[in-house]
Every structure is written in structure tokens, then in C-alpha cells.
Design a protein around this ligand. Structure first.
Ligand code: FA5
Length: 367
């Protein structure tokens, strides 16, 4: 045999050695990564058996068939070995995963609580629903409000003492020093103005929302609280309609047959103005009778004040471009936290805002 013949990569010895090398490397591959390296080395484009395959065409015609069978058989054997080892190593990997990544089914599970709406939000929705059922629409307004909507348009000019009734948190232009003063709204009444300016008449809206006052936190006051505002503007509305709306609302919230009481009060944006009290829903007034048992909810007064109200001041209608000779309106506003406290016997307003889930849980987990 010539030296050239010995270097023929298709020669039986060469093919046998290349296959033996390949099978040894495949058998020695202990990981899928090592097997991948063996695949590149022995079955890649530059592998000895691939080169042998490419060399077949250069052989004399008589030798080609024989060499082709030899190299083809070797490559088939090689691929079968690769496939078998791949399957073994994958099975081994999966076994290891099962061994090392075991789940202890006896460990306590991490429960994800579904979450719940806050009792104040739930009450605001219930209150809104009572009025929506009477045909009112829900209106919203911004918490950061122009001084004009919060005061001026509500007949509270800059020098009016009523501004002192509500300790105001100013964002810009303190208390009338700027034409464009910006405040954190002190009540939901500015939504009355926004509604009258943007909605067609007749108008029946209810507006729950957050209010802010520069007040110290104590058992009954908070610097951040919620109110719900009601406003009706229509032809021929009178105090009797206001009374009827409040009476229907009290009965829907606290029970049928509870009486309401109106007493004169003062708000610059309503004339006449009143405060509304309802008969105590716990003692039904009995605690105020001579010899009656004391009542914690109404402090033995028999009545609980729940809202400010009145007929919309004609000056407010005029500020909103409404003809006061044709239209009249009534409005009312009540504190939602105070309502919650009355309805559920909560004695400290701070409980409604500290975020303690034990407080909220007592109201259920409606979501
Ligand atoms: C008003 O804010 C008027 N805008 C209500 C109104 C609307 C009258 C429409 C007439 C027509 P007053 O300042 O009284 O009124 O507040 C109304 C209610 O908000 C109070 O009865 C109380 O329940 C609640 N409230 C007021 N200040 C606080 C506070 N610091 N913390 C908790 N609740 C408060």
C-alpha cells in the first residue's frame, strides 16, 4: 500500500478508528453539555467521518460503493450512539430534578387574600345606590380644587367669615391672595357647581368623595374624610321635596319608620339652610324619655345629626347661569365616616383610617 493510500480517510482502519474515538467520547460524556461537544467533534462538518464522506467522490469509481457503505455504516452507528446517550443523559437529568426539587406538601401554603373594599367605600357605594335608585346620577369632582368652585361660586367670597368655618389646606394662593387659588377641597359642595355648569336641567346628582381640612385628628375629626353630596335642580322644587328625599334616604339606610327632624342652620350656599337629624335607630328616642335607659349611639339625645342641607341659594344658581325665577334646587351633604360610626357604633373615627384589617373584616369581605 502506498503512503497516500494509508492516509485515505475512507480506509477501513481510518473509519474504524474514527468511529472508535467517537464512541469512546460519547460513552465518556457525563453531561448533556459534554455530549454536545462530542457531537460537534464527531458528527460536525469538520469531523473525521464527515471528511471521509466528503472524500468518497474523489475515490476511483470501483472503490466508491464499498467506501460509501463503510463510511455510511460508521456514521449511522455514531448517530445511534449519540441518540442513545442523549436519551440516557436526559433521563438522568430528569431524575435529578425530581430528587432535588421535591415539594414538601406538608408545608403550610402561602395564602393570597382576595382583598376587600374598605368599609368607608362600601358605605359610600350603598349611600349612592339609595339615590341612584331614586333617579339620581353619580357625579365626581377633583380633590385638588380651584378656590372659586370650593368657595366663591358657593357664595363664600374671600372676606366672608364662612371661610373660617372650614380650615382650608391651600395648594396655591392662600385665602384670596391670588385670583387662581388652589385648595384641597374642604367639602363635596364644589361638585354642585361643576354639575350645574356642565349638566342639562333638570338635574339630580349625588357625589361621594374625599375632603380635606386643616384639623387635628381626634375621636370624631379627621383632616381627611369623606362626604356625600346631593343636589337637585328642577322647576318647582320645595323644602317638602328635600324632606322627602332625606326621609327616603334615612329609611333605606337605617330602617323604615324612622323620623327625621329639620332645624335651622346656616350655610352660605343654601337659603334657607338646615341640619337634619334622624331618630336614633338604636333606642328610637326612648333614651331621651324620662326614666329611659341610656343610649351610647345618640348619647341619650334621641336624635342623631346626620347632614347639612337647604334650598340652593339663588345667588349660586345665578353664578352657574341658571334662572332662579324658573328653577329652584335643594342640596344636602353628610359625612360618610360619621355615618359609618352612627350605623355601626364605631366610637373612634381613627379606626376607620388606620388600615387595621381586623376593623375591616368585621364588615365582611365584599369584593
Ligand atoms: C359642609 O361641608 C357642607 N358642604 C354640607 C352641606 C352640603 C350643607 C349641601 C348644605 C348643603 P359641614 O362642614 O357641616 O358642612 O360638614 C358636613 C359633614 O361632614 C359633617 O356633618 C360631618 O359629618 C362631616 N365632617 C366635617 N368635618 C369633618 C372632619 N374633620 N372629620 C370627619 N367628618 C367631618
Amino acid at each position: 500500500m502506498s503512503a497516500q493510500a494509508e492516509q485515505d480517510p475512507t480506509a477501513p482502519d481510518e473509519v474504524a478508528r474514527a468511529l472508535a474515538d467517537a464512541l469512546a467520547d460519547i460513552a465518556a460524556a457525563g453531561t448533556l453539555g459534554e455530549l454536545k461537544a462530542a457531537r460537534v467533534a464527531h458528527d460536525g462538518d469538520r469531523a473525521p467521518l464527515a471528511l471521509a464522506s466528503a472524500h468518497i467522490g474523489a475515490l476511483p469509481g470501483a472503490e466508491r460503493a464499498e467506501a460509501g457503505r463503510r463510511v455510511g455504516a460508521a456514521r449511522a452507528r455514531l448517530r445511534e450512539a449519540l441518540r442513545a446517550r442523549q436519551a440516557e443523559l436526559e433521563a438522568e437529568r430528569d431524575r435529578q430534578v425530581l430528587l432535588t426539587e421535591t415539594a414538601d406538601v406538608t408545608l403550610p401554603g402561602g395564602r393570597v387574600l382576595p382583598g376587600a373594599r374598605h368599609p368607608v367605600t362600601m358605605l359610600a357605594d350603598r349611600l349612592s345606590d339609595v339615590f341612584v335608585a331614586m333617579g339620581y346620577e353619580v357625579a365626581e369632582g377633583p380633590e385638588v380644587e380651584a378656590e372659586w368652585y370650593n368657595f366663591d361660586a358657593l357664595n363664600i367670597p374671600p372676606d366672608h367669615p364662612a371661610r373660617e368655618m372650614q380650615d382650608t389646606l391651600f395648594i396655591a394662593g392662600k385665602n384670596g391672595t391670588s385670583a387662581s387659588g388652589i385648595v384641597l377641597r374642604t367639602h363635596t359642595s364644589p361638585v354642585q357647581i361643576r354639575s350645574m355648569l356642565t349638566r342639562p336641567l333638570p338635574l339630580y346628582v349625588v357625589s361621594p368623595g374625599k375632603c380635606f381640612r386643616n384639623e387635628a385628628l381626634d375621636a370624631t375629626h379627621s383632616p381627611v374624610f369623606h362626604q356625600i353630596e346631593g343636589l337637585a335642580v328642577d322647576e318647582g322644587l320645595t323644602m317638602a321635596d328635600l324632606r322627602g328625599a332625606i326621609q327616603a334616604f334615612v329609611e333605606a339606610m337605617f330602617g323604615e319608620g324612622l323620623r327625621t327632624r329639620f332645624r335651622p342652620d346656616y350655610f352660605p350656599f343654601t337659603e334657607p339652610s338646615g341640619d337634619v337629624a334622624m331618630e336614633c335607630h338604636v333606642c328610637r328616642g326612648a333614651s331621651a324619655e324620662p326614666g329611659g335607659d341610656p343610649c351610647r349611639v345618640c348619647k341619650s339625645q334621641g336624635w342623631i345629626e346626620i347632614a347639612g342641607c337647604g334650598m340652593v341659594n339663588p345667588r349660586v344658581l345665578v353664578a352657574c347661569g341658571i334662572d332662579p325665577d324658573r328653577y329652584t334646587g335643594f342640596a344636602f351633604g353628610l359625612g360618610i365616616e360619621r355615618g359609618l360610626m352612627i350605623a355601626h357604633g364605631v366610637t373612634d373615627i381613627r379606626d376607620t383610617m388606620e388600615g387595621d384589617v381586623r376593623f375591616s373584616r368585621a364588615f365582611g369581605t365584599e369584593i
